[in-house]
Design a protein around this ligand. Structure first.
Ligand code: AMP
Length: 362
């Protein structure tokens, strides 16, 4: 059972700048008063009552905290402490200063597959560790893969945001409809029992994007994207994959497999795939000669960042409208609004809604 401290977090930490925003609150830099050490504080709004539409269930934060407390790995964001107040929970976590891996890569002129693999290996090591502990992340995507310090000669990968993570218990089935359309596995869309293999699908999608700057299943709408995933509708367009090695394509093909139990490879198996761990000099040379499609990758990343800020602006506008509405309605409604998140309605629709629409339209 996770232990939440009842002290006022501000007595122990000075609260600093906003580092980012999630669905139910903000992440801010915080300085521990006793030591001067910098951390990140994840401030999560809680649902005030059963009828409240916004904010998080306390139980779901407890789940995230228990999972984070059980994971200690160099490539997984560490949790230090948790504080609880009336309407908010504050997670004190390792400060990750290097920004997102994709932004770091997009600033480069060239990147060989060998260099890209150094990052992939670290992602796989973090994922393999959590899978050995029966934990699946269920929201692996570029926004959740950060770097400890981008100025270090070999920056460490840090996997963040365990808000959707789940620990499997033997004999218990787990289904979920959450996730981000571009990255979710077909078994999530089909509402089938899940396993850690769903994360491996997402790694396949991330690798595909990293190498080509294309998103394998991306449609004009989220519905079309989900339809493409279920139909396994993807290919390696020669124009975008001309600089890619066959080993890299084989790696992706072994991950973007519908059969999650027997055919999709595990993180352990990925770590010994010849693209990650070459068996001979010829394979090493092939990786060195192949590179990522930087021109297209930069375009992909710029579009991704634009979409993220567009979603943020839409959420803020919605929040302002809600605020005006609350002011017009009087103080009792104002109190309700104070415990609600300003981040719930981003542009990304939950897979549950999309799946329902998908099944009603097919
Ligand atoms: P999350 O709600 O965990 O997805 O976090 C929202 C955003 O806050 C992320 O996309 C990051 O930009 C930022 N962030 C999250 N965790 C950290 C951290 N430990 N250190 C620095 N920034 C973070």
């Amino acid at each position: 059972m996770a232990v939440f401290k009842l002290d006022n977090v501000e007595d122990l930490y000075a609260i600093g700048n906003v580092l980012g925003s999630g669905h139910f609150g903000q992440v801010r830099e915080v300085r521990e008063r006793a030591t001067g050490v910098l951390w990140a504080g994840k401030f999560l709004k809680l649902k005030k009552g059963a009828g409240s539409r916004l904010g998080l269930e306390r139980k779901s934060v407890e789940k995230e905290v228990e999972i984070l407390q059980s994971l200690q790995h160099q490539n997984i964001m560490a949790l230090k402490d948790v504080f609880e107040s009336r309407a908010e929970l504050v997670l004190i976590i390792e400060l990750i200063k290097g920004g997102e891996l994709f932004d770091f890569i997009a600033e480069k002129e060239n990147l060989t597959e060998t260099e890209a693999i150094e990052f992939m290996k670290q992602i796989l090591e973090g994922v393999s560790y959590m899978h050995q502990k029966y934990v699946a992340h269920f929201d692996l995507k570029p926004e959740n893969i950060m770097l400890s310090d981008k100025h270090a000669p070999n920056p460490d990968i840090k996997i963040i945001d365990f808000g959707m993570a789940h620990r499997f218990i033997q004999g218990e089935e787990y289904k979920s409809l959450g996730g981000t359309p571009q990255y979710i596995a077909p078994e999530i869309i089909n509402y089938e029992p899940l396993s850690t293999a769903a994360d491996m699908w997402s790694i396949g999608v991330i690798t595909y994007i990293l190498l080509s700057g294309l998103s394998p299943f991306q449609g004009e709408t989220d519905e079309e994207t989900l339809r493409n995933i279920v139909a396994m509708n993807y290919e390696f367009e020669p124009h975008y994959f001309s600089q890619t090695s066959n080993m890299a394509k084989d790696f992706i093909q072994k991950l973007l497999v519908k059969d999650q139990r027997y055919e999709r490879i595990t993180a352990e198996e990925c770590l010994v795939h010849p693209w990650i761990k070459p068996l001979n000099r010829t394979q090493i040379a092939k990786r060195n000669r192949s590179s990522i499609n930087m021109k297209n990758f930069k375009k992909f990343n710029a579009r991704r960042k634009w979409k993220m800020s567009f979603n943020m602006v839409s959420a803020c506008n919605r929040f302002c409208r809600l605020q005006l509405l609350c002011k017009a309605r009087g103080p009792e409604q104002q109190e309700l609004r104070d415990c609600e998140s300003d981040q719930e309605d981003t542009g990304t629709k939950p897979a549950s809604l999309l799946r329902r629409r998908l099944s009603s339209s097919s």
